[in-house]
Design a protein around this ligand. Structure first.
Ligand code: HEM
Ligand code: 2DC
Length: 469
């Protein structure tokens, strides 16, 4: 028998009372832990309303499979109103991140070929490898300067620069030079704006931005300022390439980058290209850098594992004889480590879809149009889903046990992360270079947890020591 929608357990009757409690529990920064708690209280499905944000939440991989089978031809995520409101306010086009329906699909199909197809990896990898090498050179220089044959620091700012340099080199086919001694204040401002943009988004998930805008609240003003900074800098980068392209017409000898390829392809309007390239540039900084920071943290906590990974990389290097694409096929444990990082420290606390058809989950009927969320953070830590979930064990991803709807850090299906291939290659190459050059160590015993600022971030600085091998 199927139970009706209204019988799903949870707190969904008084959204504003729930918002008040959520706020009292510091829910804006604890969303991931509160979701975990709710699954403990209500079981594998619960319904919730906080402010005007209403959803049904699930945790099991088998239920995730049902959800994604019902996502329809035009999969739609939670509408992040703060982001659409900004674009409406400034009269800017939505890119692929925010588009929906046929407009999304037609743009995404074209972007897929240039951004996420496996074929593009051969273009991306040499560019990303060069950035990785520069990062290593920069660390060696820093180590020399300390005079202690090691460098102890909070790497997050360095990783932001690495990530921005990486994604820019792929998008624009040229280097920004962010890993040189000189700090480009514009790039630094861009990085700071992305952090501020994410941070100011989370309260607006629950309180409509229109309301905050009317009352002239500080979150809305900060949010606008952050996006203004992001768009201004991206516009300058895009203009720069556009001008060069008109100047030296003709077919280039080497790969010119995603932006130039899209412009030459001439299948999307310039405004559409600008909107999506801006999103790619902004989406490519905090995501990969924080995932790498968490990975280094885990490697520092597990020195034996670190040596195992180093051995795998050394063997892959020897066997592939300078062919990087080959090398990337021979590092399953490194890839397992990245999956393991995203299991315990996902960038996205949940995946969501407005379902296109009625479904039945845990014997409850859920009508079409409902926002259904898979609690990705909660699933990654559920002992019913992962054996000894608290343990960081990259090798679990090598074993033949079922991985069915368990590796979802980049989302799923046609609406999954567009930057996935770039992110994966960028992170794999980074780890290769670090493992080949440095030992990563941790100071004292400090437990670092996650805090929610739209994406999940470490709640305190992660201090690591890099020593040359
Ligand atoms: C969407 C995760 C890096 C650009 C997403 C989604 C997730 C995600 C979970 C939603 C997918 C879904 O709803 O099924 C990650 C993680 C990253 C990462 C874990 C790195 C560790 C990047 C990078 C870029 C990027 C480097 C840009 C180069 C995007 C874009 C979308 C997206 C544009 C929206 C796609 C669409 O709506 O069609 N990402 N991301 N991401 N990501 Fe990423
Ligand atoms: C945040 O409850 C928690 O990849 C909300 O590169 C539900 C939600 C909706 C959309 C998710 C967001 C969460 C986390 C950050 C994501 C975003 C979709 C894309 C974005 C997952 C889970 C991200 C980081 C993009 C950002 C692109 C950039 C231009 C803003």
């Amino acid at each position: 028998i199927v139970r009706p929608f209204n019988e799903i357990p949870g707190l969904w009757k008084n959204g504003w009372a729930n918002l008040y409690n959520f706020w009292k529990l510091d829910g804006f920064r604890n969303l991931h832990r509160l979701m975990l708690q709710n699954f403990n209280t209500f079981g594998p499905i619960y319904r919730e309303k906080i402010g005007h944000y209403e959803s049904v939440n699930i945790i099991n991989p088998e239920d995730a499979a049902i959800l994604f089978k019902a996502e329809g031809h035009y999969p739609k995520r939670l509408k992040v109103e703060a982001w659409t409101s900004y674009r409406d306010y400034r009269n800017r086009k939505y890119g692929v991140l925010l588009k929906n329906g046929e407009d999304w699909r037609s743009n995404r199909v074209i972007l897929n070929k240039e951004v996420i197809s496996l074929k593009m990896l051969e273009n991306f990898v040499p560019l990303l490898d060069e950035v990785g090498q520069d990062f290593v050179a920069r660390v060696h220089k820093k180590i020399k300067r300390t005079g202690q044959n090691k460098w102890t620091t909070d790497l997050s700012q360095e990783l932001f620069k690495y990530a921005l340099e990486s994604v820019s080199s792929v998008l624009y086919g040229e280097r920004l030079g962010l890993l040189l001694d000189y700090i480009d204040p514009e790039a630094q401002h861009f990085i700071d704006c992305i952090t501020l943009m994410f941070k100011t988004t989370s309260p607006m998930l629950y309180i409509p931005p229109a309301l905050l805008k009317q009352t002239g609240s500080k979150v809305w003003r900060d949010h606008v300022e952050a996006w203004d900074g992001i768009f201004n800098h991206a516009d300058r980068c895009i203009q720069n390439i556009y001008r060069k392209l008109r100047h030296d017409a003709g077919t280039p000898k080497k790969y010119p980058g995603v932006l130039a390829s899209l412009l030459m392809l001439d299948k999307l309007s310039i405004e559409d290209i600008k909107a999506s390239v801006t999103e790619l540039m902004a989406g490519g900084v905090d995501t990969t850098s924080i995932t790498l920071l968490w990975t280094l943290y885990e490697l520092a906590r597990h020195p034996n594992l670190q040596e195992e990974l180093r051995a795998e990389v050394a063997a892959a290097r020897a066997e592939s004889q300078g062919d990087l694409l080959e090398m990337l096929k021979r590092i399953p444990l490194v890839k397992g480590a990245l999956k393991e990082t995203l299991r315990l420290h996902p960038v996205a606390v949940s995946l969501q879809r407005y379902i296109a058809e009625d479904i039945i989950i845990q014997k409850y009927h859920i009508p079409a149009g409902t926002l259904v969320q898979l609690g990705l953070y909660a699933m990654g830590r559920d002992p019913k889903v992962f054996f000894r979930p608290e343990q960081y064990q990259p090798s679990r991803w090598l074993r033949t046990e079922t991985h069915y709807f368990r590796s979802l850090g980049f989302g799923f299906g046609p609406r999954q992360c567009l930057g996935r291939r770039i992110a994966e290659a960028e992170m794999q190459l980074f780890l290769i270079h670090i493992l080949e050059n440095f030992r990563v160590e941790k100071q004292r015993h400090v437990e670092v947890q996650s805090t929610f600022e739209l994406i999940l971030l470490p709640d305190k600085p992660i201090i690591l020591t890099l020593k040359p091998l």
